[in-house]
Design a protein around this ligand. Structure first.
Ligand SMILES: Nc1ncnc2c1ncn2[C@@H]1O[C@H](COP(=O)(O)OP(=O)(O)O)[C@@H](O)[C@H]1O
Ligand SMILES: [Mg+2]
Length: 243
């Protein structure tokens, strides 16, 4: 085994959370080197800290938390430590568990880890089951089929009605696999209390505007008119259609 792969952190300096359905997960699982040729970097739609991992039984996705935007120039992978349970990976894992248990279309969470170091800082990673045959929304062959946009409108509505504020709803965080549409990447997302969850709530509008901008940016193979027409179909389904 590669030395990096066997790097072990003292137990009081890390927290490992494993979903009930999974056994045998260890710290090594979070190092891509541990998997050798079975770990393949995800090429499309992320910020470069994700790997697809092939296993005999199932395939999983490993993601190391990395910053985007300006902050990434200062600290790419480190975050300020305010407690293991508040760390990004543990929070996302717990949220995924809730969404999955509620029957929403999300991938199944496997495990999360937090590595603490130098008193104030931590790094984090998460393991999630891979959705077989999934492609990102913008890469989906049926993007020119109204039905896909209608279904996406309904799916977003379903998540919103559950109170999920997806702070990074974009084309790369929507996966399509056959008839299924899944949302992924719940870093920093939250469940809104039912009292703050109305059809007119600003957080809902913010999610939709974020996605609208992403459609402009990522679906360049569609004409402006097509994008507008499909977006109207999505919005109509979001606002009116029965689930
Ligand atoms: N559960 C999953 N099943 C299939 N593909 C996935 C899954 N999770 C992530 N991916 C792929 O990896 C990419 C990056 O993952 P994501 O969770 O969005 O992390 P980030 O955007 O922070 O890099 C996604 O756009 C998607 O292509
Ligand atoms: Mg993403």
């Amino acid at each position: 085994m590669n030395p990096a792969a066997s790097r072990i952190t003292p137990p009081d300096q890390r927290k490992l959370v494993v979903a009930e359905a999974f056994h045998g997960v260890s710290e090594a699982w979070f190092h891509p080197e541990y998997w050798g040729v079975s770990a393949e970097p995800v090429s499309s739609g992320g910020r470069g800290g994700a790997w697809f991992i092939r296993r005999d039984t199932d395939n999983i996705v490993l993601r190391h938390y990395r910053r985007g935007g300006l902050m990434s120039r200062i600290a790419k992978k480190t975050y300020f430590f305010t407690g293991f349970d508040r760390a990004r990976s543990v929070a996302e894992h717990r949220l995924l568990e809730q969404l999955h248990a509620a029957g929403l279309p999300v991938p199944e969470p496997v495990a999360a880890i937090v590595w603490r170091y130098r008193l104030f800082w931590y790094q984090a990673a998460i393991l999630i089951k891979r959705i077989p045959g999934a492609v990102t929304f913008a890469d989906c062959a049926s993007i020119t089929n109204e039905h896909l946009w209608r279904r996406l409108g309904k799916v977003i509505r379903q998540f919103h009605d559950h109170g999920l504020d997806h702070v990074d709803l974009n084309c790369d965080n929507i996966l399509v696999a056959g008839e299924g549409i899944y949302l992924i990447d719940f870093d920093r997302c939250r469940l809104v209390a039912s009292g703050d969850n109305k059809l007119s709530s600003p957080w809902r509008q913010k999610n939709l505007s974020r996605l609208r901008r992403s459609v402009e940016k990522r679906c360049t193979h569609l004409s402006d008119e097509q994008r507008q027409a499909y977006w109207d179909v999505l919005l109509h389904a979001y606002q009116h259609e029965e689930r």
